[in-house]
Design a protein around this ligand. Structure first.
Ligand SMILES: Nc1ncnc2c1ncn2[C@@H]1O[C@H](COP(=O)(O)OP(=O)(O)O)[C@@H](O)[C@H]1O
Ligand SMILES: [Mg+2]
Length: 367
């Protein structure tokens, strides 16, 4: 691979539907990345409701209009991160655009909206998008795709687990930095999506359970928790991935009906932490080092629950303590995926997605 540094923007908008994240990254090879800038462009309340409604029951026209609107948010986020870092678009080598997942039903289909041509035209830079399709075509789940970054960028000289708490929660196990052998990953189940949906059902003015205030007033309904944990997703053997189709607004509404507001949030928090802890003890080698990234690490009860359930043997740290803001990790991972694609290198980890083999991911829209 080239030694000349490569400047890339990675754009990520996850299942939390909270906003568009943009990371500006300088790569000096696939294992050396430097974060030069990061912005989170929060979605307006209107746009988020539109997105959320379209995901569950959008008309063809609504989905088509979103295909354009998502690209517009991506253009804005890219312009902001470039301005923040005082970097010109003409110095960029690529933009990696995840798009917004509108439907995730592996192994049949996973579908991300967002027109890449809008970015190519706005900045005169090639755009890599459509990352998940090839892995799916190769028999994989198309997800999770962040694990290659966990291996190449965020591993250590000892075994390390990395947990990302976005809308869904996923965990990667890395034996040693830059060594793909033995590394694996999967979605453990819901991360913050159910908690978010509950918060919005309880108080439509809330974007999510800000600083864990709602959950703090309730207690865990243990009988209900045990029932939820019996869901076949949690017992299914990895590799596996999930989304809002299973753990989304309908799921949250049913939980709210059964537990009442405060207890429902506390129970959803316990569902996330208990399913992560159970998945780790069931399928991962004992690992003393866990780094937590994603918005869920801002939720005090989620972090406290994780520490309590993982026990004293695991040192739980925020990703930020070792690298950079844990909010930026996924956008950096997509910048890496774009970098790998333009260098003809595979981006999927078959032990994470279940694909038949490593594949070069994505579609390139020329500058
Ligand atoms: N201050 C906070 N208090 C509680 N939860 C928070 C806070 N900040 C962020 N979050 C949680 O993090 C989520 C966003 O996480 P993120 O990593 O962006 O997920 P995704 O990748 O799915 O977009 C929010 O929806 C919310 O659940
Ligand atoms: Mg987000």
């Amino acid at each position: 691979m080239t030694e000349r540094p490569t400047l890339a923007v990675g754009l990520m908008s996850g299942t939390s539907l909270d906003g568009m994240d943009a990371a500006l990254v300088r790569f000096s090879g696939p294992t050396r990345a430097e974060l030069l800038g990061f912005v989170q462009l929060p979605y307006s309340k209107d746009y988020r409701s539109r997105l959320s409604a379209a995901i569950t029951r959008g008309t063809t026209r609504e989905l088509a209009l979103l295909h354009d609107a998502i690209a517009e948010w991506a253009v804005e986020a890219t312009a902001e991160v470039l301005a923040q870092a005082h970097v010109r678009a003409s110095d960029l080598d690529l933009i990696a655009f995840h798009g917004q997942t509108i439907w995730h039903e592996p192994p049949i289909v996973t579908w991300q909206l967002g027109e890449p041509a809008r970015l190519a035209e706005a900045f005169g830079v090639r755009v890599v998008s459509g990352f998940r399709g090839r892995d799916l075509a190769a028999g994989g789940q198309g997800a999770p795709l962040v694990p290659i970054a966990d291996v190449l960028l965020f591993g250590s000289d000892h075994p390390r687990a990395l947990l990302n708490l976005g809308g869904m929660a996923n965990v990667t196990w890395v034996a040693r930095r830059a060594v793909t052998e033995g590394a694996f990953a999967f979605d453990t189940g819901p991360g913050m999506a159910v908690i978010d949906d509950l918060a919005r059902l309880i108080d439509p003015a809330l974007p999510y359970d800000v600083d864990g205030r709602l959950g703090a007033t309730g207690s865990v309904n243990e009988a209900l928790l045990a029932e939820l944990l019996a869901d076949e997703y949690f017992t299914a053997v990895p590799p596996k991935s999930t989304g809002r189709e299973r753990f989304g607004s309908d799921y949250a509404a049913a939980l709210l009906r059964r537990a009442g507001p405060a207890d429902a949030v506390a129970t959803a928090v316990a569902l996330t932490t208990a399913s992560v802890a159970a998945a780790m003890s069931r399928w991962m080698p004992d690992t003393a080092d866990l780094l937590v990234s994603g918005g869920g690490r801002h939720h005090p009860a989620v972090m406290a629950g994780l520490e309590a359930r993982l026990g004293a043997r695991v040192r739980v740290r925020r990703f930020d303590e070792v690298f950079f803001s844990g909010d930026a990790k996924e956008a950096v991972a997509f910048a890496l995926l774009g970098y790998l694609t333009i260098h003809g290198q595979p981006g999927n980890l078959p032990s994470a997605t279940g694909a038949r083999g490593p594949r070069v991911l994505g579609v390139v829209t020329p500058a």
